[in-house]
Design a protein around this ligand. Structure first.
Ligand SMILES: Nc1ncnc2c1ncn2[C@@H]1O[C@H](COP(=O)(O)OP(=O)(O)OP(=O)(O)O)[C@@H](O)[C@H]1O
Length: 490
């Protein structure tokens, strides 16, 4: 009964047929039909007094346009009230609880009006909020008024939110994480997953969560807030002169830091600024005078790529996790941040590189921008940090690394050292240079980095990073598939 077809008469008098399937809803006009997966459906409501059915979902209006909110409303012609109500309940169940998703999530939203090209507020008001509201979510919104505002909000955040939505770039997420670290109950507040809406200029986190095809699609990011599942992620402590900062994405020195920080004046270019900066930096070919030491766990590139693919396969096969929010790791927690374990007094198992370098880049999450997959074998929760040390080889070598940088080809270049480590240290050999942490400018002074396994979480449609990386250097790259975000049964 609940699976039967309904006919709606729209206000335009046109007729629409609604045909449920196991995994989707077919919305058919007289001349055409579209299939909307349960994942895309935000709400279905039946008003029995007016016999009106109202459906909301997101879909692309045309092949090349981004996803947008669609609302369909019409009079039900051919079924009893009881049947329509059951039909609506079944569709809502399949779209939420049946997929392990809680309906009507409660969100804290932080909007940076100045992120990226400054359209955060308009994008939130016109695209994001209508989707959250259509899905029946509860939202408390704050527009930041100054740098550091998101830190203050996160530091005193109530811990009953299902997720925190950031409308900006990676810089706002960095602030939020550090606000969490300074919260009176850090372990508890860190269990609130973060869902980024990509209105910054780099949006590396969004790319890692949603993939290259959807990483900048605002409606898909909003849908991820409504329906994504919490994905536990490791974060890092960056300690400098006794001061500890949480970093969730990257630390860069040398060429890559010049890219993060030195291209601020090219902000108007959007994320293309990184490619322009990379070309400029390679032309300069300036050495990065530092000493790098790390506590390695793996340095074999083939093994690391194999582990990535084995892990992905396992994550893809795993059943849906329980509905959010994630249970607290330890209700009786001492509620302090995990301690650092690999500081100066830890002298066991370190390797030191003394060769001249072009850059050191370390972090988590494959993409750092649309043009660069810097850490292709990165895993969200292996408890390790991926470190790339690029020797100061010939300019020709460095330039050869630009094409296919977005596909992670840099990884396979023989001169590139790629290390998975528990911790690393950098000692500058000069006082001139740039250190960038999650894209923010830090003093160019000695620093130590170590990982905290699964301390934070992001909402994710997949439960793993959505980046495609080819498994071996020899194998031909698979044809770029249009990965179906709304694949059946997802
Ligand atoms: N109201 C505000 N006025 C001025 N600065 C702000 C305000 N709100 C946030 N900021 C600062 O804006 C900076 C940039 O934000 P964010 O990094 O999120 O965007 P972005 O730089 O455009 O993107 P990306 O980091 O992806 O390149 C952050 O360091 C944050 O402290």
């Amino acid at each position: 009964m609940a699976q039967s077809e309904l006919t709606l008469r729209l206000s335009s008098s046109k007729l629409l047929k609604l045909q449920p399937t196991e995994t989707s809803l077919i919305v058919a006009k007289i001349s055409s039909k579209v299939e909307i997966s349960h994942r895309q459906i935000l709400s279905a409501e039946f008003d029995s007094s007016a016999r009106v059915l109202r459906l909301s979902y997101i879909r692309k209006r045309r092949r090349r346009t981004p996803y947008s909110l669609i609302t369909v409303e019409g009079e039900v012609l051919d079924a009893e009230d009881r049947t329509v109500q059951k039909w609506t309940d079944a569709l809502m169940y399949n779209s939420y609880e049946g997929a392990g998703i809680k309906r009507g999530r409660k969100f804290k939203v932080i909007v940076n009006p100045h992120g990226g090209v400054g359209k955060g507020v308009a994008i939130y008001n016109h695209v994001v909020e209508p989707i959250l509201k259509a899905a029946g979510c509860e939202v408390t919104v704050t527009q930041t008024t100054h740098s550091g505002h998101a830190f203050e909000i996160a530091r005193s955040l109530a811990t009953d939110y299902d997720a925190l939505i950031t409308v900006s770039g990676d810089g706002l997420v960095h602030e939020v994480m550090n606000g969490f670290a300074n919260h009176e109950d850090p372990l508890k507040v860190f269990t609130i997953p973060i869902a980024p809406i990509p209105t910054g200029s780099g949006n590396g986190l969004s790319l890692n969560i949603l993939g290259i095809e959807h990483g900048f699609d605002i409606a898909v990011a909003a849908l991820n807030a409504v329906k994504g599942r919490p994905m536990k992620v490791d974060v890092f402590s960056v300690t400098q002169g006794g001061k500890r900062t949480i970093s969730f994405m990257s630390q860069a020195i040398g060429l890559m830091a010049d890219l993060d920080i030195g291209t601020e004046h090219l902000r108007w270019l959007g994320d293309t600024r990184f490619l322009v900066g990379l070309a400029q930096g390679l032309m300069k070919h300036k050495p990065c005078p530092v000493q790098l030491s790390y506590k390695a766990v793996e340095t074999d590139k083939i093994k690391m790529a194999e582990s990535l693919h084995a892990w992905r396969k396992k994550a893809q096969e795993s059943p849906s996790p329980p509905p959010s929010p994630v249970p607290f790791p330890n209700e009786q927690s001492t509620s302090t941040l995990p301690p650092t374990r690999h500081m100066d007094d830890d002298e066991e198992g370190w390797t030191t590189l003394n060769e001249p370098l072009l850059y050191v880049y370390a972090g988590k999450g494959p993409y750092v921008g649309r043009d660069l997959m810097a850490f292709p074998v990165s895993l969200p929760n292996d408890g390790l940090i991926d470190i790339v040390a690029m020797p100061l080889s010939t300019r020709k070598n460095a330039v050869a690394s630009i094409p296919n940088a977005a596909e992670g080809d840099l990884y396979w270049r023989p001169e590139v050292q790629y290390i998975k480590a528990h911790a690393y240290r950098v000692r500058p050999l000069t006082n001139k240079g740039i250190l960038s942490v999650d894209g923010e400018h830090f003093p160019f002074e000695e620093f130590h980095v170590e990982t905290h396994r699964e301390l934070a979480s992001f909402l994710s449609p997949y439960g793993y990073y959505a980046a495609e990386f080819h498994p071996t250097p020899k194998q031909k790259k698979p044809k770029k598939q249009s990965r179906s975000f709304f694949r059946k049964g997802h």
